[in-house]
Design a protein around this ligand. Structure first.
Ligand code: SAM
Length: 442
């Protein structure tokens, strides 16, 4: 029996948007949830059967039904991310606000990582993204998703937001996709309906204000603040933006999205657009609020101390073993004898990272062992194509049957052009180096 829609929510939705819009939203909440994916522009050889595009996202597609992603090897190779189409509006907002790519970006509430993948695609190899997630379990999912996405210009932290206030890290762009009462998820998530209450909204408002207060000092003058929630009430959205404007520190920077007026509603205060809503029944996806603000002031902020002085160059043994791969990363971070490749480390602020860049290699005795991040990143290394059955065997960490006996050495296994991971051929046998933690268990 699905959890019913709270009556107090229906009243507040109607008061907020008017009867017609509220009716459309409420009707949509009784229909099947939307399904959409965003292709990885660096890996999009494979497209699930779909022709319906998300109007505001170049790589976004709407699916007719939910496939079993776990049985699609391309999903494990990071060829696409399963993401609500409303969230993809961040791509449009970035393109229209056009913050400089040579900068330092923070995704303050990042797990499971969907919006971080959009930020990384926007950066397109320039600048640096700090993806922060305070919750340990969710942070592990974030690390996995960003490893699959394959970009080297990011680091992952697990800090409470007040730690940024106390650091000298300064950001050109901060995204706060804030914890919220989740009204926009009512169709997708019965738990969101059951836990909804006025008290929950009040506690979310306090958390959102704390996060905002902690991070405002970390935004550079003239920097861009993007605030988003997956809820639909004024208190967590418009009122938070109005509160920020009242401080005198910010001005609105919302782009004109009127070309999408059939899908995206402006959140108005007088004549001013203080944000935008994507609503179920009106847009193609679930509920989302998003707003962009610019921090006033033009003084040059002191640059953050960079992590770069704590990094090293590639080991010669690695360069000898994988000569075609060495130019990609300028710096390496060593953690527990694992070496992580990083791009644009000069933009990486000196904060406490859980991971920096992507895991590339370990040195064991005389051997250089390639790591999974090296398989996930863009590279021109040859790969060994396998069929669907062998791709799944590989992802389950079973032995796979090679087409013929291969010379001893390391091979990148691929399916439909998407790299899945490393394999070592030893005469007639192979050793499967797919990471234990990612092993497919079905
Ligand atoms: N941006 C993510 C994405 O696109 O995949 C979704 C983020 S989700 C809406 C909000 C996140 O904020 C959750 O992962 C949650 O663990 C985190 N969070 C909860 N309380 C927090 C707090 N007090 N400070 C910072 N983050 C918090």
């Amino acid at each position: 029996m699905p959890e019913s829609i709270p009556k107090a929510f229906i009243s507040s939705l109607t008061a907020h948007f008017g009867e017609d819009t509220a009716d459309r939203v409420l009707k949509a909440l009784e229909t099947a949830t939307s399904v959409s994916i965003r292709l990885n522009p660096r890996k999009s050889a494979h497209v699930l059967p779909t022709k319906r595009r998300v109007p505001w996202a170049a790589q976004g597609y709407l699916l007719d039904s939910r496939p079993n992603y776990a049985l699609d090897p391309c999903f494990h190779g990071g060829s696409y991310y399963v993401q609500d189409s409303s969230s993809m509006v961040l791509e449009l907002l970035l393109n229209r606000c056009a913050p400089p790519r040579q900068g330092t970006y923070l995704d303050a509430c990042a797990a499971p990582g969907g919006k971080s993948t959009i930020l990384l695609d926007y950066l397109d190899g320039e600048g640096f993204l700090v993806a922060n997630e305070v919750d340990g379990k969710r942070n592990a999912v974030l690390r996995e998703n960003l490893m699959k996405w394959g970009h080297l210009n990011h680091g992952i932290t697990s800090l409470s937001t007040d730690r940024f206030k106390d650091s000298d890290a300064r950001f050109d762009v901060i995204l706060i996709d804030a914890p919220c009462s989740g009204e926009g998820m009512f169709r997708k998530d019965a738990f969101a309906r059951s836990q909804w209450s006025e008290e929950l909204i009040d506690s979310c408002i306090r958390t959102q204000q704390n996060i905002l207060q902690d991070l405002i000092p970390a935004l550079k003058d003239d920097g861009l603040l993007i605030y988003a929630t997956c809820t639909m009430n004024r208190k967590e959205n418009e009122e938070q933006i109005l509160h920020l404007l009242d401080t005198g520190t910010f001005e609105l920077a919302n782009p004109d999205l009127s070309d999408l007026k059939d899908f995206v509603l402006p959140a108005l205060h007088g004549n001013a657009i203080i944000g935008h809503y994507l609503l179920p029944g009106i847009s193609t996806g679930e509920g989302l609020f998003i707003a962009a603000l610019k921090k006033k002031g033009s003084s040059e902020s002191d640059p953050s101390s960079s992590i770069v002085h704590r990094l090293k160059n590639a080991d010669q043994a690695f360069e000898r073993t994988f000569p075609s791969l060495t130019p990609f990363a300028l710096h390496f971070w060593e953690w527990k004898e694992e070496n992580y490749g990083i791009q644009n480390a000069a933009y990486a602020p000196d904060v406490f990272y859980k991971r920096l860049g992507l895991p590339c290699y370990q040195i064991k005795g005389k051997d250089v062992i390639p790591m999974h991040g090296l398989a996930m990143m863009e590279s021109n290394i040859d790969h060994l194509a396998v069929d669907h059955e062998n791709a799944l065997r590989y992802l389950r960490k079973e032995s796979i049957y090679l087409p013929h006996e291969m010379p001893k050495g390391w091979y990148l296994i691929s399916y439909e052009g998407i790299k899945l991971g490393w394999l070592k051929a030893i005469g007639t046998r192979t050793n499967n180096y797919y990471p234990n933690g990612l092993r497919l268990r079905i």
